[in-house]
Write a protein that binds this ligand. Structure first.
Ligand SMILES: Nc1ncnc2c1ncn2[C@@H]1O[C@H](COP(=O)(O)OP(=O)(O)O)[C@@H](O)[C@H]1O
Ligand SMILES: O=c1ccn([C@@H]2O[C@H](COP(=O)(O)O)[C@@H](O)[C@H]2O)c(=O)[nH]1
Length: 226
């Protein structure tokens, strides 16, 4: 489960649900293990004065509980059809209108989605991170800022090997097979091309300090002065 943080006392906490202003949506796309979650959390921590929520697009993977186990493992999770985009858009629209939403929880071991325990309400800034965050046109249209994390494929694979074995119950063999069969070709076909939809492209292998100072200045100016 990714983090929800009420980073600061809301500047609009006395505002009634009916008169709630539209929340701002920041999209963070890029390849698997490019650093999307890391920078989302860092941006969120710096957005003082705004009630910020971080949503992982991974929470909206389609629930494969209807498939036999062997069939589930053959699914291409790096194809845009693997995401339940209608469900994600519906939840995001509610969140942006200030309405309460229970974000689902996705289990990478069983490839199933359950009811989650992350409840979002009255968010002022929504940060959505995911490999397809910059893919779907309707999502792009709803957003206020689009960021792409750009990391070399070999760095991403090294990070993914470590992460998937430690956190997602995979073996070295399964990570490498999945990478060569679906992750790498789908990255080239569907994810890398979304870079052109970004407002900012951030190198995902360096320290983010300078980028965060610049982004924070921009966001504080844009969001707090609106
Ligand atoms: N700029 C960076 N420098 C070094 N390690 C990083 C950097 N960004 C992310 N990582 C590490 O890479 C791994 C994957 O990062 P994460 O943010 O979870 O990627 P994503 O959300 O894109 O899949 C994590 O272990 C994280 O600590
Ligand atoms: O059941 C699943 C669902 C997804 N994946 C992989 O997850 C990554 C996306 O997550 P990141 O946190 O951005 O890395 C994607 O590349 C899928 O291959 C999975 O393995 N199993």
């Amino acid at each position: 489960m990714k983090e929800y943080t009420d980073f600061a006392k809301s500047r609009r906490e006395n505002t009634s649900a009916e008169s709630f202003h539209k929340a701002n949506l920041i999209l963070i796309g890029g390849g698997s293990c490019s650093g999307k979650t890391t920078i989302a959390l860092a941006i969120g921590r710096r957005l003082t004065g705004l009630k910020t929520v971080i949503i992982s697009q991974d929470s909206y993977y389609k629930d494969l509980s209807y498939l036999p186990w062997q069939e589930r493992t053959k699914v291409n999770f790096d194809h845009p059809d693997a995401i339940d985009i209608d469900f994600l858009l519906s939840d995001l629209k509610k969140m942006m209108a200030g309405k309460p939403v229970n974000v689902p929880a996705y289990d990478f071991v069983t490839h199933t989605r359950q009811e989650g325990n992350l409840c979002v309400a009255n968010a002022e800034v929504i940060i959505l991170e995911g490999i397809f965050a910059l893919y779907y046109p309707e999502l792009l249209q709803m957003s206020d800022l689009k960021i792409y994390l750009d990391s070399d494929a070999d760095i991403r694979l090294a990070r993914r090997l470590q992460r998937d074995i430690l956190e997602r119950g995979r073996s070295v063999e399964s990570v490498l097979n999945q990478y060569l069969e679906t992750v790498k070709p789908s990255h080239q076909a569907f994810i890398e091309p979304t870079k052109k939809n970004a407002d900012i492209i951030i190198p995902g292998e360096k320290e983010f300090d300078k980028v965060l100072i610049m982004l924070n200045g921009y966001l504080q100016h844009e969001l707090l002065s609106s």
